[in-house]
Design a protein. Structure first.
Length: 570
C-alpha cells in the first residue's frame, strides 16, 4: 500500500491490517533449474502488467493485448515466466477494468478474444504463461446481471446482488463505508432499495450466498483455464461476504482522506465464508493445474496463513503485503517480516510494488541514490525464498508521476480525495521503452503522461548500460533461474543485530549463496561466520556485486547501498 494511499486505505482496511509443471510448458526457460517436485509457480518469476500502460500497438493512447504479445521476447529475455494482466474484460472503466461488464470477453479497447488467443500462443512460444485477474466481489453497474437486478424487486437477478431497505427515510441500512468514499450503500430509485458496494457505487457487490452466483463464477474460471490461462490473481478476496444481519461496523478515531470516519470493517470483510469459497475456486483451479494468487492484505502471519488453507487447499500464492508496508530500508524490520512469512505454512510470495501503491523507486529512494537503491531492492526480493511478483517498469527504475492538478486526475479517488489523496495514476504511467516521444509506448499522446525521467530510464538506453537497473535485474533473474540454492534453498537470516546490512544465506544440498545488502547511506563492513551453517569463508565466489563491493576472508565491504551476492562452498 502506498504511503500516500496508505492512510486512506489502511484506515479502512484496518481489520485486515490488525499441471503444467515447469518442464512440460513449451518454451519454458530453457536453462532453468528446478522441477524437483516443486510446482511450476514456485520456480517462476511473475510480472504484473497494467494493460492500459504497457504497449499501445494501435496508437490510440491506450495499451492493448497485441502490444503485450509484441513484447514476449523482452519478457523472456528479462527472465519472466508468467505475466499477470490486470482486468482487460469489457468494462465502463470507472475503476479501469475492476468494474467488469462481461467476464468472458475482452474489452475492444484492448483487442478481441482472438488477440487474447494469439497472446497465449505468443507467450507459450516464449515460455511466458498468462495469469488473468479475476474480480469476484463485484461487477460493473452496467453488467447485464445488475441491470436486470435493479429493474424490479422480483427480477431474476434481483438476489444476485445485495439489496436492503434503508433504516429510515434517507438512511442507509447500516454504517458501512465504501473504501472509495461515502456510504457503502446507494439508493436506487427504481425499486426504492439500497444496494451494497464495498468499492465505487458503479461496482455493486455480488451476493456470493446465492448458489447461482457461485456457479457462474466458478464456471467462468474454468472457461478461461480451457482458453489457456495458467491461473488467476483474485481481486479483493477478503470482501466476498458480508454479515447477513448487517451489524454496524465499529467506528475508530479520526477520519480518512475522503473525510469519512475511520472504521473497522469487522462485519463486511474477512468473514469465515471467504475460505469456503476459496476452497471451491481452488478445486476448479486444480482441474487445470492452475495457480491462484491472492490480493491478501493481512496484518499478521496468522491471517496470511489462513489463506493457504488447511493442508494447502486454498490459495497457493497469497501475496505478502506486510512486506510492502516496510517503507524504509530497515534490515530489522525486513528480517521480522521475512521471519513471519517463513513461519507460515505455505510458499512465500513477495512484492514491492503494484498498481495501487506508490512505486518502489519512490518509496525506498532517498532522492539521491535512487538507482543504487532500486538495484539493492531488486537484488533483495528476487533472492528470497519464495515467488516474486514484479511490477512492470520496476526493472528500469520507473518512478511515480503523480498529477499536479486535480483536473488531470483520472483515478476517481484522486479527485474525491484531492489533495490528500492524489489517486493511483502516478504508479500507472506508460512503460518507458525508449527515449523517443511518449517513451516509445505510443505514437499518440498516452492516456497518462510519462515522467521526464523516461529520457534516461527506458529499456533501450538501459540495455546498453552495463551498470543500469535493468541489467542488474537481468543478472539477478538469470542467476535465480540457474542457481539451485536460490531456487530451492532454505533461508537463514545472518548477523541479526546489524541495523545496516541485511544479509542471509540461501542453502541447498551443501551449496549456498550469501546475500549482503547495505541498506545505509554510509560504507559498511560485515563479517560472516558461517561455520554453524557448515560453510567456511575460504570458498567464496562473487556472483553479482555493486561497483565497490569487496570481500576479504570472511569480511565483506560495501559502499553506500552496495550489494554482494556470492556463492559459498563448504
Ligand atoms: C483491488 C485492485 O487492485 C484495485 O485496483 C481496485 O480498485 C479494487 N481492488 C477494486 O476492484
Amino acid at each position: 500500500m502506498s504511503r500516500r494511499f496508505a492512510p486512506f486505505l489502511q484506515s479502512l482496511l484496518l481489520p485486515l491490517l490488525l499441471t503444467l509443471l515447469c518442464c512440460g510448458f513449451a518454451g519454458a526457460q530453457a536453462q532453468a533449474v528446478g522441477g524437483q517436485g516443486h510446482p511450476w509457480w514456485q520456480h517462476a518469476v511473475f510480472y504484473e502488467i497494467y494493460p492500459r500502460s504497457f504497449v499501445d500497438s494501435n496508437n490510440d493512447g491506450v495499451g492493448d493485448l497485441n502490444g503485450i504479445s509484441s513484447k514476449m521476447n523482452y519478457l523472456h529475455d528479462l527472465g519472466v515466466d508468467a505475466i499477470w494482466i490486470t482486468p482487460c474484460y469489457p468494462s465502463p472503466q470507472v475503476d479501469f477494468g475492476y468494474d467488469v461488464s462481461d467476464y468472458r470477453n475482452i474489452d475492444p479497447m484492448y483487442g478481441s478474444l482472438s488477440d487474447f488467443d494469439h497472446m497465449v500462443a505468443a507467450g507459450k512460444k516464449h515460455g511466458v504463461r498468462i495469469i488473468m485477474d479475476f474480480v469476484p466481489n463485484h461487477t460493473s453497474d452496467q453488467h447485464p446481471w445488475f441491470l436486470d437486478s435493479k429493474s424490479s424487486r422480483t427480477a431474476p437477478h434481483r438476489d444476485w446482488y445485495i439489496w436492503r431497505d434503508g433504516k429510515g427515510p434517507g438512511q442507509p441500512p447500516n454504517n458501512w463505508i465504501s473504501i472509495f468514499g461515502g456510504s457503502a450503500w446507494t439508493l436506487d430509485p427504481t425499486t426504492n432499495q439500497y444496494y451494497y458496494h464495498y468499492f465505487y457505487a458503479q461496482q455493486p457487490d455480488l451476493n456470493w450466498r446465492n448458489p447461482a452466483v457461485e456457479k457462474v463464477m466458478l464456471d467462468t474460471t474454468r472457461w478461461w483455464y480451457k482458453r489457456g490461462v495458467s491461473g488467476f490473481r483474485l481481486d479483493a478476496v477478503d470482501t466476498l461476504f458480508e454479515d447477513p444481519e448487517l451489524h454496524d461496523d465499529p467506528i475508530l478515531k479520526g477520519t480518512n482522506a475522503q473525510g469519512d470516519p475511520n472504521i473497522e470493517n469487522r462485519y463486511n470483510t474477512n468473514l469465515p465464508e471467504v475460505h469456503d469459497e476459496l476452497q471451491k475456486l481452488r478445486k476448479v483451479a486444480d482441474e487445470s493445474q492452475a495457480v491462484l494468487i491472492g490480493e491478501t492484505w493481512t496484518s499478521n502471519v496468522a491471517e496470511l496463513d489462513r489463506y493457504y488453507g488447511q493442508g494447502g487447499n486454498e490459495l497457493q500464492m497469497p501475496m505478502d503485503f506486510m512486506f510492502t508496508t516496510v517503507n524504509k530500508l530497515s534490515p530489522p524490520e525486513f528480517r521480522r517480516q521475512i521471519a513471519a512469512v517463513e513461519s507460515a505454512h505455505g510458499w512465500p510470495v513477495f512484492v514491492i510494488g503494484n498498481h495501487d501503491i506508490v512505486r518502489s523507486y519512490n518509496r525506498y529512494g532517498d532522492g539521491k541514490n535512487n538507482d543504487a537503491i532500486a538495484k539493492l531492492m531488486g537484488a533483495f526480493y528476487l533472492t528470497l525464498r519464495g515467488t516474486p511478483i514484479m511490477y512492470y517498469g520496476e526493472e528500469i527504475g520507473m518512478e511515480n508521476n503523480d498529477p499536479t492538478r486535480k483536473e488531470d486526475v483520472k483515478d476517481p479517488i484522486g479527485r474525491t480525495g484531492w489533495p490528500q489523496e492524489k489517486g493511483r495514476d502516478g504508479e500507472r504511467t506508460p512503460m518507458q521503452w525508449n527515449s523517443s516521444a511518449n517513451a516509445g509506448f505510443s505514437k499518440t499522446e498516452p492516456w497518462l503522461p510519462v515522467p521526464a525521467s523516461y529520457k534516461t530510464h527506458n529499456v533501450a538506453s538501459e540495455l546498453k548500460d552495463p551498470d543500469s537497473v535493468l541489467n542488474l535485474y537481468k543478472k539477478v533473474l538469470a542467476l535465480r533461474h540457474t542457481n539451485e540454492a536460490l531456487v530451492e534453498g532454505s533461508y537463514t537470516a545472518l548477523n541479526q543485530d546489524d541495523i545496516n546490512v541485511m544479509s542471509y544465506l540461501r542453502s541447498y544440498k551443501g551449496k549456498a549463496v550469501l546475500v549482503a545488502l547495505n541498506m545505509s547511506a554510509s560504507p559498511q563492513k560485515a563479517t560472516f561466520d558461517l561455520s554453524a551453517q557448515g560453510f567456511s569463508h575460504a570458498g567464496w565466489k562473487t556472483l553479482i556485486a555493486s561497483a565497490q563491493a569487496s570481500t576479504k576472508g570472511n569480511e565483506v565491504t560495501l559502499e553506500p547501498f552496495g550489494l554482494l551476492i556470492a556463492e559459498v562452498n563448504p
